[in-house]
Write a protein that binds this ligand. Structure first.
Ligand SMILES: Nc1ncnc2c1ncn2[C@@H]1O[C@H](COP(=O)(O)OP(=O)(O)O)[C@@H](O)[C@H]1O
Ligand SMILES: O=c1ccn([C@@H]2O[C@H](COP(=O)(O)OP(=O)(O)O)[C@@H](O)[C@H]2O)c(=O)[nH]1
Length: 241
């Protein structure tokens, strides 16, 4: 089958995977079964010629805010959080390469001998060649999140959309994990998310997407086939644009 002939809505995507999604049935760390499942789903996209950039979180290992609550200095905690995303990226690359998917890891924090340093032009070239590129170490700066890093890298590499894979199946009027009466939206404008302070993503990330007019879709990672369906034009989750 000719990859180019497969109908798809997006040619280049930036997929954000939360660190917590990697824990699967475990309480902490990385569940290898989840990695293999993700490699399978990402492989389906590569198989139809979609260019995939990935940003991976670190919340399954460390979060700066949580470390601060435990008494650590916030900036030190954020550095630990960013290093956690590098570990997740290495694990994800391993799973992708075991599935014969060519993958490059680029870190915002230089880490010679372990992963490449982020270089926008090299990233675009790798994506154009069909390699999966995993962007790790967030933005490289404390006080930010990997959601913001995903939107930033998505804008920089000129992705058609940012897809945020998460635990819930879209954006709701309130946190659906806490409020059983919360109502799910199919579509929202950036300003509606900001004005209603819908907390599914941090507001910096939403502002970046609004200012650079890149659409954003929030969807449930555990729903099998959702990712492929979205790339082919399906409407799983909530579209923010
Ligand atoms: N309005 C909302 N709509 C959807 N999810 C929301 C909303 N407000 C808060 N959330 C929460 O945001 C979480 C998604 O954020 P995510 O970044 O994947 O998780 P975390 O911040 O734990 O890493 C969901 O699990 C959900 O409980
Ligand atoms: O640009 C960034 C991105 C991440 N982090 C730190 O890395 C942690 C892990 O990232 P995040 O919480 O976004 O991961 P996720 O919730 O997606 O698993 C954060 O809590 C921050 O401490 C940071 O300091 N700067």
């Amino acid at each position: 089958m000719n990859k180019a002939s497969v109908e798809k809505k997006y040619k280049r995507i930036l997929l954000k995977l939360s660190g917590e999604a990697l824990t699967g049935s475990e309480r902490f760390g990385i569940d290898p079964k989840i990695l293999d499942q993700m490699a399978l789903e990402i492989g389906q996209l590569v198989g139809i010629g979609v260019q995939v950039g990935l940003v991976v979180g670190g919340g399954n290992l460390f979060r700066g805010a949580a470390l601060q609550s435990a008494g650590l200095d916030r900036v030190t905690g954020d550095h630990m959080g960013m290093l956690a995303t590098v570990m997740n990226a290495l694990a994800l690359r391993d799973a992708l390469e075991r599935s014969n998917i060519a993958t490059q890891v680029m870190s915002s924090i230089p880490m010679s001998g372990v992963v490449d340093h982020y270089d926008r032009r090299k990233a675009i070239r790798a994506l154009s060649n069909g390699d999966v590129v995993i962007f790790c170490a967030g933005t490289g700066n404390p006080m930010f999140t990997t959601d913001s890093a995903a939107c930033l890298r998505g804008i920089e590499v000129e992705a058609d959309v940012v897809l945020k894979a998460t635990k819930v199946d879209g954006v709701y009027s309130a946190d659906p994990m806490k409020d059983p009466d919360a109502v799910r939206y199919d579509r929202l404008s950036y300003d509606e998310v900001l004005d209603r302070k819908l907390e599914v993503m941090d507001l910096t990330a939403i502002c970046l997407c609004r200012d650079h007019r890149i659409p954003l879709r929030v969807f449930e990672m555990e729903k099998a086939g959702a990712l492929l369906n979205i790339v082919r034009g399906g409407d799983d989750g909530t579209l923010i644009e």
